[in-house]
Design a protein around this ligand. Structure first.
Ligand SMILES: *Cc1c(COP(=O)(O)O)cnc(C)c1O
Length: 435
């Protein structure tokens, strides 16, 4: 307890010299959070909850609330844990991966007239900022084996206006980064890795997300690990920019050189070409705690997903019309965020649209959120011609319409995995029999 005359706000590291204006959580709020995180009903549930309520009230009488709820020691702890895990010193915990991408795009001073090479197939988040500022999106065709960006097509699509290349490690399977980094260095282009699915993936002895100039991982609720629903880790390899990443997360506040009679300054953040004005992507202490706890299980989670993927891949060897997920090797270690299921339409006697329908009828969930970006209305409305772009992305057209879908991997019982494998095999067999 502070003195009655001390109204300063205890931030953990320091006492901020203004009166705290926030309302602390009280025990009722905590109970609601417990009820939200552990939902249930029935007599037994109600009784157990009542017992927790009595204990929480007792705890509350003995405890003090945290001094800080945003950007404090728990966020720092999560970042330190990420640094140790990834082998970097730049991990910055931001609201989500999209916000992390924004810092990189601003660093590059991306604007109208510039070109950005993105893969033809990814989630919209990859291209949101370039689209918003009117930069030109150039869609690289995909490698039909992985559906990741094909470095050979990136090489063909580089022009003297290309400012950034954005490889996306789809499903947590590493993009072939060596040729991309080589091209980028030859042409003075910045590389931003969309590592949303790839926390813990390895490429030739390096962690994904530590190879490009910038990267961001997603801790959204559907990703391998989460920080209570939203979150992202942004990293950089730009020498000397690690500290600036932290300021770029929070509006450029600079405590090192306060203006006269005030606490801090706002100083510009130096990008590659010009200073830029950052936004606010701050995260909370609760998210920090959640992320720290989940990171310690990440390897276990990847191993569990890999076990599930290996089972499916083994089962699919029964039918050569099915092209199973590649499980990686000593150099390439995926995170198995999704299972990439492909078929050979000739051998299967039909394309993946038929398979998707059959799987849906058998109750098998598919993860259907990746389509050709250039087919979206928002892109067409900005003046892009989908049919013209499609001609430059033949593999994308072929794999999307004829060959692939994604299956979920984690949290499945052996029985569910077997059901899924049986359903895929039965569906492809039906197609082959012309049913
Ligand atoms: C989820 C996802 C993102 C965005 O992540 P957020 O943390 O939700 O911003 C970016 N790229 C890909 C490929 C994704 O799947």
């Amino acid at each position: 307890m502070g003195k009655a005359t001390d109204f300063r706000y205890n931030t953990g590291a320091t006492m901020v010299p203004w009166a705290a204006v926030g309302e602390n959580y009280n025990v009722h709020d905590l109970m609601e959070i417990i009820k939200f995180l552990m939902q249930g009903s029935g007599k037994e549930y109600d009784e157990a909850l009542e017992a927790v309520w009595q204990q929480v009230k007792k705890l509350d009488a003995l405890a003090t609330p945290p001094g800080k709820l945003s950007l404090g020691s728990k966020v720092e702890e999560a970042e330190a844990k990420c640094n140790a895990y990834l082998g970097t010193n730049s991990s910055t915990f931001v609201t989500n991966a999209t916000a992390g991408f924004e810092i990189a795009y601003k660093y590059a001073n991306l604007k109208a007239g510039d070109e950005v090479i993105v893969p033809a197939i990814t989630f919209v988040a990859t291209m949101a900022y370039p689209l918003a500022v009117g930069a030109k999106l150039v869609f690289a065709d995909v490698d039909p084996k992985t559906i990741n960006m094909d470095p050979a097509d990136v090489a063909r699509k580089i022009t003297d206006k290309t400012k950034m290349i954005v490889p996306v490690h789809i499903g947590g399977y590493p993009v072939d980064m060596d040729p991309i980094m080589k091209l980028a260095r030859e042409h003075d282009i910045l590389v931003l890795e969309d590592a949303a699915h790839a926390f813990g993936a390895m490429y030739k002895g390096k962690k994904i997300g530590t190879i490009g100039d910038f990267a961001a991982f997603s801790m959204h609720e559907v990703k391998n690990i989460t920080s209570f629903g939203e979150g992202g880790i942004a990293t950089t390899n730009v020498p000397g920019f690690e500290g600036e990443m932290k300021r770029a997360r929070f509006l450029g506040l600079d405590f090192t050189c306060p203006i006269k009679d005030w606490l801090y300054n706002i100083t510009p953040i130096q990008g590659k070409y010009e200073p830029f004005v950052p936004g606010n992507a701050s995260t909370t202490e609760i998210q920090g705690l959640g992320l720290t706890l989940q990171i310690s299980r990440n390897e276990e989670i990847i191993a569990e997903r890999k076990r599930a993927a290996a089972y499916l891949t083994k089962r699919f060897a029964e039918n050569d019309a099915i092209i199973p997920q590649d499980l990686g090797n000593d150099e390439i270690k995926p995170t198995f965020h999704l299972y990439l299921l492909q078929i050979d339409p000739e051998k299967a006697g039909g394309d993946v649209q038929v398979l998707k329908q059959k799987l849906a009828e058998k109750g098998v969930t598919q993860i259907a959120h990746f389509g050709p970006l250039y087919r979206f209305k928002i892109v067409e409305d900005m003046g892009y011609n989908a049919e013209e772009i499609a001609k430059t992305c033949p593999n994308c057209e072929e794999v999307f319409y004829k060959r692939f879908t994604h299956l979920p991997l984690y949290g499945l019982s052996d029985e569910q995995l077997k059901y899924m494998a049986d359903a895929v095999l039965a569906s492809v067999a039906e197609m082959q029999e012309g049913k």
